[in-house]
Write a protein that binds this ligand. Structure first.
Ligand code: KDG
Length: 359
């Protein structure tokens, strides 16, 4: 499907708002997916995979999942097909990973943060301000040490296929503009209530900043903000846009405090039921669609922030000194979590970052 056609469909299409309203979604001028190359695979039967994701139809996550499906369908002569279920309609990240383990769902695409209960080393991605640039984050996601984390899922009931970009997380809230850690803590009015992913390092970050963090599934977040159960949350600009959080969030702050990857996953029982030629195709399609997703997420990032400002969000962009104040304020998180996550692993990741940023 051409990007023009797809953008038109998305623009004319609808993302269901938390309030059940319908609103047209735009997308930036996105790169075409790479042409599908490679030989067709042999006939080893037909399979339809059900893939559940949390984000909306206009998100890079959904659009790259469509490309994943197109590769499989094209190179299997239609014998391998994928039905994609967006907007957490099948469940949230934790629930869908459990469904992969029981074999009641074929695929899902969670953030790494809720997956640390399966592979503890993934928590390294939750350390604040670990990646100074996207290039460094991508280099790490495509490194051998990252592949070892994917391989560590083996035997858990989950086949982890590839890392891609959820992205740099930004703070949003409905209470006040935030320029400093003191604004988060609200010295005389009390700390912001912030929804976090179900992950102890994220809880630690916002506790350290003086907020009142509440872990919550992504699918519950829109209504929690709409009802004032939480003041705010933190996600990449593209998610705040495509999941319509700007409807219930007045203020944004470009904190870029954590870079979160996604992991494209398949149920091990589904994977084990595939001929090895199909397995190789699924793995190749996952790698190609993950690379495309990173491209889309990159194209979405700044465009989404501008779209949010056009939709009325007051977005604070922090200068170097203001960023440094947040980095200093969350330093205790490293001291608390480095021993848990593993000093050697952190040093290995930081060495890759150093190599990438010193070029
Ligand atoms: O499909 C991914 C979403 O379910 C979720 O992981 C997005 O970053 C996210 C969050 O804040 O839960």
């Amino acid at each position: 499907m051409s990007t023009l056609l797809r953008n038109t469909l998305i623009f004319a299409g609808a993302a269901t708002l938390g309030a059940g309203l319908v609103q047209a979604q735009e997308t930036p001028d996105l790169s075409e997916p790479p042409a599908i190359e490679g030989d067709k695979v042999g006939d080893h039967g037909s399979h339809n995979f059900r893939l559940g994701i949390g984000l909306a139809e206009s998100s890079p996550q959904y659009l790259s999942s469509e490309y994943f499906a197109e590769i499989l369908e094209e190179r299997s002569d239609g014998r391998l097909t994928v039905d994609i279920f967006p907007n957490s309609q099948i469940g949230d990240d934790v629930q869908m990973m459990e469904m992969l383990q029981t074999g009641t769902l074929d695929m899902t695409y969670p953030s790494t943060s809720p997956a640390t209960s399966y592979v503890e080393e993934l928590a390294v991605f939750d350390l604040p301000f670990l990646f100074p640039t996207r290039e460094a984050a991508v280099e790490v996601m495509q490194s051998d040490v990252a592949q070892e984390m994917l391989d560590a899922f083996d035997g858990s009931g989950i086949k982890a296929l590839a890392f891609s970009e959820n992205g740099y997380r930004q703070l949003s809230n409905s209470a006040r503009p935030v320029e400093s850690p003191e604004d988060v803590a609200g010295m005389d009015v009390g700390g912001l209530t912030i929804r976090t992913m179900e992950n102890p390092v994220h809880l630690s970050i916002w506790e350290t900043l003086g907020a009142n963090p509440t872990p919550m599934a992504f699918g519950e977040l829109f209504s929690a903000m709409e009802q004032g159960v939480v003041d705010g949350q933190e996600n990449p600009w593209s998610t705040i846009l495509t999941s319509n959080f700007y409807e219930v969030q007045d203020y944004g702050t470009e904190t870029r405090h954590v870079y979160t990857p996604f992991i494209l996953m398949m149920s091990e029982s589904t994977w084990d039921g595939l001929h090895e030629e199909y397995q190789a195709l699924v793995q190749e399609a996952a790698r190609q669609s993950a690379e495309y997703e990173i491209q889309l997420a990159t194209e979405y990032d700044d465009w989404s922030r501008k779209q949010l400002e056009e939709r009325g969000m007051e977005i604070t962009r922090l200068d170097d000194d203001q960023i440094a104040a947040f980095q200093e304020a969350v330093q205790p998180v490293y001291e608390e979590w480095a021993p848990e996550i593993g000093e050697d692993l952190i040093e290995e990741i930081q060495a890759i970052v150093e190599e990438t940023t010193s070029d």
